[in-house]
Design a protein around this ligand. Sequence first.
Ligand code: FAD
Length: 499
Amino acid sequence: MTSEKFTLKNNNYDAILVGAGIMSCTLALLLTEILPEIKILIIEKLNKPGSESTGAFNNAGTGHAANCELNYTPLDDDGDLLIEKALLINRSFEKSMSLWASLYKKGKIDIKNFLKFIPHISFVKGSENISYLKKRYKTMSKYPEFSDMEFSSSFNKISSWAPLITNSRNPLDEIAATRIKRGTDINFEALTREYLNYISNNSNVEISYKTKLIDLKKIEKKGWELNALLEGRKVSFMASYVFLGAGGKTINFLQKSKIPEAKIYGGFPVSGKWLICEEKSLTAKHNAKVYGKADIGSPPMSVPHLDTRWIEGKKFLLYGPFAGFTTKFLKKGSYLDLFSSIKKNNLFSMIDVGIKNNDLINYLISQSLLNHNSRIENLRNMMPSADPSNWYLENAGQRVQIIKKTKDGGSLQFGTEIVNSSDGSLAALLGASPGASTAVEIMIEILKKSCLYKSKVINLEKKINHLLYASEFTNLNENNSDFLENIKKRNNSILGFHP
Ligand SMILES: Cc1cc2nc3c(=O)[nH]c(=O)nc-3n(C[C@H](O)[C@H](O)[C@H](O)COP(=O)(O)OP(=O)(O)OC[C@H]3O[C@@H](n4cnc5c(N)ncnc54)[C@H](O)[C@@H]3O)c2cc1C
C-alpha cells in the first residue's frame, strides 16, 4: 500500500476517508469488516500512515482507561468525586481491547507489534492531594471497572512500585499512590499499520499517499466532490460519504464543507514537548506510567507523567508534556492554519475564549519560556534524582482544542467531538482527548450515523457485537457488570495479561 504502487482504480468511491491516522484507519477497518463490499479510498498527504498525532513519539501511548489520569475524576463544588467520565472512558477502552483481542485471535493483527501491559500509577504529594487520592481510591475501587486498584502511602511500597519516584526523595515526604496493574502502553502508529496491512487484503480498499486534500463540495444528488493534489498533480474524486480525519486540520475542511453544523466551531492549537531518556540503567528501573496532578490553572492535558514507552522493541522513558503556543494545526502544517480557520461565524466565540481563559494563556507563555534546566526541575517533582545529561527534548504532536459557540460567547473544550451532517453523508472528528484509546467507540458512533450503513439492510448492533466479542458472548448487555468481568477475563487470556 505505498504511493509507488498506487494507481487510482477509479474516481468514484462509496467512502473517502481523509488522513491515514488512527481514526480514519479504525473506521476503514470497521467498514471493511462490517460492509466489505463498499469501495473505500483513504487519502493521506504524507508518504506513510500514522505520522502526525498518531506517531509513536507524538503522543504518550497511554491506553487511556481512566486508571491513573486524575483529570478524569475531579471534585464537584461539594467536594464529591465525579467518576462518570472515568467509567465511560474505561468501558470505551475495553471496547478497543475487545476488538484487538478478536482480530488477534483470528490472526488478522499481531498485538505484539503495538501493545504492552504496564501498571498505571497515580502519584501525589502533600496532605490535601493525599486525601483526594484516598477518596478517589475508596470511591472507584467499589466499581468492577477499578476493583483491582491498590492504594499506598508507604514510602517503601511506592518505592517497590516505581523506584525512580522515591530515589533521592526525603523518606519523610508525604506521598501517596494508587496502582492498577492492568494498564497498557500502546504504539498507535504501529497499530495503524497493523490495521492497514490487514485491510489491504480487501481489493475494495485503496490508499493514496502524497495526496493532499485541498477542497471539497457537496454536489446535489451526486455526493461529495473532493479536490486534491497527488504529488503536485490536481486530482478529483467523488464519494457518497466523507470522513474528515485530518487531525488538527479537520476544522479547516469542516468549514470548507459548508455544512450548517460546522458554523459553531473554531480551534485553538497547543503544541507539546517531551523529555526523553534512553539511558539503560534508568529505563530498566521504571516499569509503569506514573501520572501526577496538573498545576493549578493549567489545562487538563498538561497533567505531568513519567512513562515507560516501548517503541519498535526499544524501551524509553518519556516525561511531559510541556506545552507551547503555535498557530499550526499539524506538526507538518502551516503557520497560516489558525488564521485561515477564523471566520465571521466563530470570530466572537474565539475572542471570548481568549478573554475568559487568561490562566491558559499565561500557562502557555510560561511553558514556552522554559529551558532544559527548568524542565528538569519540573521532572524532579516526580523523579528527584533526574540528571539533565540523561534527557533530551523532542516535539510531541499538535492538539487543536475545540472552541464552541455558546449563547453567551464561546467555550474552550478539551474533549473529542463528532460533527455529523444531517443527511449522514459527512462526519468530522474534532479535539484530542481521550483520543486514540477510544477510537473504536468513536468510530462505531460515526458508523451508526453514516448514510453508508443506513442504505443497507443490516443489523449493525449485532454485526458490531460479533466483531468485538465474537460468538462467545451471545447474551450481550454491555451495561451489566457480569458482562464486563467476563469480557475482561476473555481479553486478558487472549491478549496475555496474567493478573
Ligand atoms: C502530546 C499528545 C499526547 C497524547 N497522548 C495520548 C495518549 O497517551 N493516549 C491516547 O489515546 N491519545 C493520546 N493523544 C491523542 C492522540 O494522539 C490523537 O487523538 C490521535 O492520534 C488522533 O488521530 P487522528 O487520526 O485523528 O489524527 P492524526 O494522527 O493527526 O492523523 C491525521 C492525518 O491526516 C493527514 N492530513 C492532514 N491534512 C491532510 C490533507 N489536507 N490531505 C490528506 N491528509 C491530510 C495527516 O498527515 C495525518 O496523517 C495525544 C496527543 C498529543 C498531541
